[in-house]
Design a binder for this molecule. Sequence first.
Ligand SMILES: Cc1ncc(COP(=O)(O)O)c(C=O)c1O
Length: 398
Amino acid sequence: MDYNRYMAKRAVPLKASGIREMFKLMADPSVISLAGGSPDPNLFPTDFLAEVSKEILENNGKKALAYGTTDGYAPLKEELIKRAKMVNAVAENDKIIVTTGAQQAIDLIARVLVEDEDIIVVENPSFVGTLNSLRSVRAKLIGVSLEDDGMNMTELEETLKNNNVKLIYTIPNFQNPAGITMSYEKRLKMLELASKYDCLIIEDNPYGDLRFSGEDVATIKSLDKEGRVMYVGSLSKILSPGLRIGYLVADAEICDKAEIVKQVNDVHTPCLTQMIACEFLKRFDVEEHIKKSCEVYGEKCKFMLDCMDKYFPKSVTWTKPEGGLFILVNCPSSIDAGALSIEAIKNYKVAFVPGNNFSTDIGKKSSMFRLNYSTMPKEKIEEGIKAIGKMLTEKLGN
Ligand SMILES: Cc1ncc(COP(=O)(O)O)c(C=O)c1O
């Protein structure tokens, strides 16, 4: 049967994310995965979650297992609003919706605001889940290059001047995949440009809590005086990605529409996981948990950077994150990171994500790749980096 002729035009260009494909390979426990984007599984508060899950099902099972409201479990909404207020990300006319991961919050925005051929600016490289969500609504993506302190603002202004841009999507803290953080000055500049060229901003901040060095920078939303910023948060990186709890804070007009789209999308985020997440935020020592997570990631990041210094050739460079979960490696242009990743899996059972996955032009070869330091123990990090270093040295010399 040839299903292609039945396929919706908008589904034809969609390609499986390289990262999701990697997940299949990573099911093999002997693979050293530097490809994922999860917290360290040793940090999952499993005992606490087991205890509260049992308690919820025993005492409140009828609510936990029934249909819930689309905008989310009210006590969880209250807790999430408190978290968003901690970074001044709630404006007077805003509402919050609990979503099935930050991924869904981004997808709801795409479905509410984006039409065929609408022009959206993204950082290049950027988060593959958002790129695919925007592709699925047939947006036209324009990538603006990323510098050590965020988007190149001259390029952004040129792009806004020459195109009728509707939205700018940014991950200002510990960007995925680059690990870099946008400076305060650039956050102000982005808002100024959004105002001058009349577009909206999606501020996606799932890693914001995971700072292990340097100083916090104000959220773009906190600096926004015109209601241009939609703020997306997540519990995936500070609690567990498997619980699928994210949230959208935006003007009520946008949230109301997003809620209707969510109704036809998944009706609501499961009540049980929302109730578990709510107890975590209410009763667990969340700040202590985050502090501990940051200590672990700071140490693992430094360890990976030291291994890279030791094993990678001199012609290879990489970012130095102050938080989050990723380092982006930049190789000389003779390296095809896609081919390198296949060689790494086949010959060394080491997985990482080649840069083309994060590009607006997924079909173009990339000499960059993303490394994750949060999930693997140190000895595996060293083994993995050593193997990648060996392959790179064979190709590039020392
Ligand atoms: C920048 C960014 N936004 C959103 C998400 C989606 O997170 P969630 O698990 O909350 O859907 C991720 C996940 O890796 C991400 O890196």
